[in-house]
Ligand binder design. Structure first.
Ligand SMILES: CSC[C@@H](O)[C@@H](O)C(=O)COP(=O)(O)O
Length: 338
């Protein structure tokens, strides 16, 4: 097993800073993006310097630690930082889950002085990060057990990036693939390029190549043909928010892949930690879906590909209904969505 990217890390102790791997620059450049203020992390989340539901949650936890000034934290500053960071992106529930944890630490600590609160916040952010690592490892094991009977060289199709770059650990949707490879199997991953921001092409194909895992990149519109040719034995994706009924929001295009999988008799699996489950939301209809700028569609990566002024609809996520999901893999095991 070769190179595993370090998606994010905290540098130093209290008063330190957050270092992100700048995912907007991949795969051309591997560069870090240091963040020393809450505002810098907000901007990094918004611009997808750090992205992927669990990674956004971990980054937000550390971001709250940046509200500490001169080694002292104030409850007011923490609450303000949480409120502000919650406006960065709306869909991935891990963001709100992590911020709620940080806020609870602050609110429980009203009697504690500034330096002690600063220590407690960093400890909580580190705990969120460590738990994410553990959850990724457990999802990998459960997912690999689920796929263990697939024939050698079986095709697994994935959409967007649900690898190490999307988490604080070793991935969610791709963790079972990494674990299969660790167990000496040779899965073949079909990578949807994932319009419009190409997380599949830029990030998933890069990660798999770095690790020496067999993969083939396809345009999103080619998935049907590849499935019809019998080359896909399972679909594995992550999720940004799973509602109480098992409906799962994930990168735009995932729903289409699930419909195709159903039409071709291919099992469709969602792998996500329980921090992605939102039991306050009864069904996917109530999941807030982020809409992003028209330019991502009309002039992505600096090149105009559509007429100026054309109307654009650019939702970043869609919802796959639970009835299309064969199973949801979490760190606690494998569940039928119902
Ligand atoms: C952690 S993998 C699950 C999702 O977060 C992932 O598939 C996804 O949709 C990420 O979208 P992004 O817009 O790149 O943050």
């Amino acid at each position: 097993m070769s190179h595993v990217p370090v998606t994010l890390r905290w540098e130093g102790e209290v008063g330190g800073h957050l270092v992100l791997l700048d995912q907007t620059r991949l795969p051309r450049e591997v560069v870090e993006f240091p963040c020393r203020t809450v505002e810098e992390v907000w901007d990094a989340i918004k611009r997808l310097v750090v992205r992927g539901a669990p990674a956004i949650g971990v980054a937000a936890g550390y971001a709250v630690c940046l509200s500490v000034k001169n080694g002292r934290a104030s409850v007011h500053d923490v609450v303000e930082a949480c409120r502000y960071l919650a406006t960065s992106r709306p869909t991935a529930v891990n963001l709100f889950w992590a911020l709620a944890r940080m806020r609870r630490v602050a609110e429980a600590a009203t009697a504690v002085d500034g330096p002690a609160l600063a220590e407690a916040l960093l400890a909580e952010a580190r705990a969120i990060h460590e738990e994410d690592r553990q959850m990724c490892a457990a999802m990998g094991r459960h997912g690999a057990d689920l796929l263990a009977d697939l024939p050698e060289g079986a095709g697994i199709l994935t959409h967007c990036n649900a690898g190490a770059l999307a988490t604080g650990g070793d991935g969610c949707g791709l963790a079972p693939v990494f674990e299969l490879a660790r167990r000496g199997k040779r899965p073949h991953v079909w990578v949807d390029e994932t319009r419009p921001l190409l997380q599949g092409a830029r990030l998933t194909a890069w990660e798999l190549t770095q690790r020496g895992i067999d993969c083939t990149l396809i345009c999103d519109s080619m998935a049907a043909t590849v499935m019809r040719a019998g080359k896909v034995q399972a679909v594995m994706v992550g999720a940004d928010r799973i509602a109480a009924n098992g409906d799962a929001a994930n990168k735009i295009g995932t729903y289409g892949v699930a419909v195709l999988a159903e039409a071709h008799g291919v099992p469709f699996y969602v792998t996500a930690p329980t921090s992605t489950v939102d039991l306050t939301i009864p069904s996917g209809d109530a999941i807030p879906i982020e809409e992003r700028s028209a330019e991502e569609v009309t002039e992505g990566f600096g090149r105009r590909t559509a007429p100026v002024g054309v109307r654009v609809f650019n939702p970043a996520f869609d919802v796959t209904p639970y009835r299309l999901i064969r199973a949801i893999v979490t760190e606690r095991g494998v569940f039928e969505p119902k």
